[in-house]
Write a protein that binds this ligand. Structure first.
Ligand code: HQG
Length: 184
């Protein structure tokens, strides 16, 4: 039996190898971020993170943020967003709601007000459709602070927007003129 703590450990490990450092276990993601499931399991096991196919299925199905997805033939797996390595997720440009939210930490607010939202190490800036989710994202970094992003206006101004398979809105850097404090 794999307990919750072990499942979280495996899930975090999957985020590491499927988003950031596949070389840790000697796998390569294809250009769209996919890797063969059997190869992933074998190489993770060799590395010392032990899990089997039913456990992986369980993680993909029950993961709170639905971070991982199988392909149509259920031979491959990838992370649905959050990558730092360059891959093509293949999402199509989509009109966002007028307002999206970005949760960050209070300690980053001055810098964001000065230079806008930056993708940092990731391939996209990540935005949330609702404030509750944005608060959770911000809490990962410290005391949360929420920005409103004028996504509708950005889209009109030809910025591209994508929604990931797990419902996270993705875009490029957000210039400061499209940001409002949530209390404004
Ligand atoms: C901040 C999680 C200073 C930005 C979440 C954020 C998300 C700036 C941090 C996904 C800045 C980067 C991504 C600027 C941005 N000056 N700080 N100009 N521009 N920042 O983790 O958005 O649980 O790379 O506000 O739920 O927090 O992993 O991005 O605080 O969906 O599945 O720089 O990761 O998903 O942090 O989170 P991150 P994020 P998972």
């Amino acid at each position: 039996m794999t307990n919750d703590k072990q499942l979280t450990h495996i899930s975090k490990f999957l985020s590491l190898v499927l988003r950031h450092q596949p070389e840790t276990i000697g796998i390569q993601l294809d250009q769209n971020g996919w890797v063969d499931i059997n190869e992933l399991i074998e190489k993770a096991n060799n590395y010392g993170v032990k899990f089997d196919r039913p456990t992986l299925n369980h993680i993909v199905e029950t993961n709170s943020k639905k971070r991982f997805a199988f392909n149509a033939t259920v031979e491959k797996i990838r992370a649905s967003q959050g990558h730092s390595i360059e891959i093509e997720l293949g999402y199509t440009n989509k009109q966002p709601p007028k307002i999206l939210y970005h949760g960050t930490s209070e300690k980053f607010v001055q810098s964001i007000l000065a230079s806008g939202l930056d993708k940092r190490s990731r391939q996209h800036t990540h935005l949330s459709a609702d404030i509750e989710t944005a608060i959770k994202v911000g809490q990962r970094h410290g005391k949360p602070f929420i920005f409103k992003v004028l996504a509708g206006q950005m889209y009109k101004d030809n910025f591209q927007f994508f929604i990931s398979d797990n419902g996270v809105w993705l875009t490029d850097n957000v210039p400061k003129k499209y940001l409002k404090r949530n209390d404004e």
